[in-house]
Design a protein around this ligand. Structure first.
Ligand code: NAD
Ligand code: MG
Length: 360
C-alpha cells in the first residue's frame, strides 16, 4: 500500500492506494468520528461492494443510502435522500458519511457532509479511475442545477481517501479510458516525466495491471495533492487542472450530456488547447502528434465533433457559458511545452477561431 498526504495544515489527510483496501477496518476506522456511519452508494456499485464495506464498518451503527446511477441524478432533489436517512436515524454532528462510488457519489456525499448539521466528517472510497485520480482529492463537492454543472457546492475536505485499485476490475472499458484522460492531463500540465512514463506504460494500464495502475494513480494523486496544497480554493494554480475542460464542457453540453463522457470531451478538448498552443508558436507539430498518439492509444477521441454537429458560433457560446469566464473573456489553459501549462485570457480571438475551424 502507498500513502500520500494532502497537506492542508490541520485539515491535512491521507490518500491510501492499494489492493483490497475497502476490506481493511484497521486502516479506515481511525478516520471515523462518532458512532454513526452513513454509507452512500448507487444502484450499480452497491451490488458489487456495499456488503463488504458495511462489514468494514461493522463496529458502528451503519445506515446506507443507494441512489440512482447517473449524472442526471446529481441534483438537490436526490441529495435530499441522504439527509432524509441521516435525520430519520438521528445522526448527530459527530457522524461520518462514506462515499462509495464514482465522482457523482463522491461529489454528492461530500456536499451532503458539508451541509448536514453545518458540516460532518466524510470518507472517500472512489471506485472509478476518474474519481480515484481526480474528484476524490481536493475537497470540491456539489450538485448540478438545470442551468449548469456543479453550480451548487462547497469546499469540504475528506478525513481520508481510500483507493482500492481492485474495484477498477469491474469498471467498463469506456469509463477506464475516460479516467485515463485525466491521468494523461497531469503529464501534459505539470509532469513531463510522468507523460513519458505513460507513453511507455499505456498497454499495462489498458490491461489493468495492478502495479501499473497503482503507480499511475499515485503519480496523478501526488500532482493533484501538490497543487491543491498550494491553492486549495482555486485562486490561481489549481485552474491548470482545467486543461481541455472549457472546450470539453462545450462538447459535453453541445452534444447533450451523457453522449460524450466527461473524459472524452476533455481528451478532444486538450487536443484543441494543444492545437491553439501550436498556432501561438509554443508547441510543435511533433508535440501535437505525441499528445494525439497517447490519447488515441488510450482509446479516447482526439477530434471534437464536426462543424455540422457543433458550428463555431455554438461552440464559442457554450465555451463562454463556462463558469471559468472572468469579465467576459474566455480564459483558457494552454501549454508552453508538454508538462508546462499556464492560464491566460490573453490570446488572439482569431487563433481561437482558427482552432475551431481547422482542428476538426
Ligand atoms: P460516475 O460517478 O458517474 O461513474 C461512472 C459510472 O461507473 C457510473 O455508472 C457508476 O455507477 C459506475 N461505476 C463506478 N464504480 C464502478 C465500479 N467499480 N465498477 C463498475 N461500475 C462502476 O462518473 P465519474 O467519471 O466517476 O465521475 C464524474 C463526476 O465527477 C462528475 O459529476 C464530475 O462533475 C465529477 N468530478 C468532480 C471533481 C471534483 O473535484 N470534485 C473532479 C472531476 C470530476
Ligand atoms: Mg475533469
Amino acid at each position: 500500500m502507498k500513502t500520500l498526504t494532502v497537506d492542508l495544515g490541520d485539515r491535512s489527510y491521507p490518500i491510501f492506494i492499494g489492493q483490497g483496501l475497502i476490506d481493511q477496518p484497521e486502516l479506515i476506522q481511525p478516520y471515523v468520528t462518532g458512532t454513526q456511519v452513513l454509507i452512500v452508494s448507487n444502484t450499480t456499485v452497491a451490488p458489487l461492494y456495499l456488503e463488504r464495506v458495511k462489514q468494514t464498518f461493522s463496529d458502528y451503527d451503519v445506515q446506507t443510502v443507494v441512489l440512482p446511477d447517473g449524472e442526471q441524478y446529481k441534483n438537490l432533489e436526490i441529495l435530499n435522500r441522504i439527509f432524509d436517512v441521516a435525520i430519520e436515524h438521528h445522526f448527530d454532528r459527530k457522524c461520518t458519511f462514506v462515499a462509495l462510488g464514482g465522482g457523482v457519489i463522491g461529489d454528492m456525499t461530500g456536499f451532503a457532509a458539508a451541509a448536514y448539521q453545518r458540516g460532518v466528517n466524510f470518507i472517500q472510497m472512489p471506485t472509478t479511475l476518474l474519481s480515484q485520480v481526480d474528484s476524490s482529492v481536493g475537497g470540491k463537492t456539489g450538485v448540478n442545477h438545470p442551468q449548469g454543472k456543479n453550480m451548487i457546492g462547497a469546499f469540504h475536505q475528506p478525513e481520508c481517501v481510500v483507493i482500492d485499485t481492485d474495484t477498477l476490475n469491474t469498471l467498463e472499458d469506456r469509463e477506464l479510458s475516460a479516467g485515463l484522460a485525466e491521468v494523461i492531463k497531469y503529464g501534459l500540465i505539470v509532469d513531463y516525466p510522468f507523460f513519458e512514463w505513460l507513453e511507455q506504460n499505456l498497454p499495462g494500464l489498458l490491461d489493468r495491471k495492478a502495479d501499473v495502475l497503482a503507480e499511475a494513480i499515485e503519480r496523478s494523486c501526488q500532482n493533484k495533492a501538490d497543487i491543491v496544497a498550494k491553492d486549495e480554493k482555486e485562486a490561481g494554480l489549481r485552474a491548470l487542472f482545467n486543461l481541455g475542460h472549457t472546450f470539453g464542457h462545450a462538447i459535453e453540453a453541445g452534444m447533450g450530456y451523457g453522449v460524450w463522457l466527461h473524459g472524452e470531451g476533455v481528451s478532444a478538448g486538450m487536443m484543441q488547447a494543444i492545437y491553439l498552443s501550436k498556432l501561438m508558436g509554443d508547441l510543435t507539430q511533433a508535440d501535437q502528434d505525441r499528445a494525439a498518439a497517447i490519447l488515441s492509444a488510450a482509446r479516447l477521441p482526439v477530434l471534437p465533433p464536426s462543424t455540422d454537429d457543433m458550428p463555431n458560433e455554438r461552440f464559442l457560446a457554450l465555451m463562454a457559458g463556462d463558469k471559468k469566464v472572468q469579465a467576459g473573456k474566455i480564459r483558457l489553459v494552454l501549454l508552453k511545452a508538454i508538462g508546462q501549462a499556464y492560464v491566460t485570457g490573453d490570446y488572439s480571438p482569431a487563433l481561437l477561431e482558427r482552432t475551431l475551424t481547422e482542428y476538426r
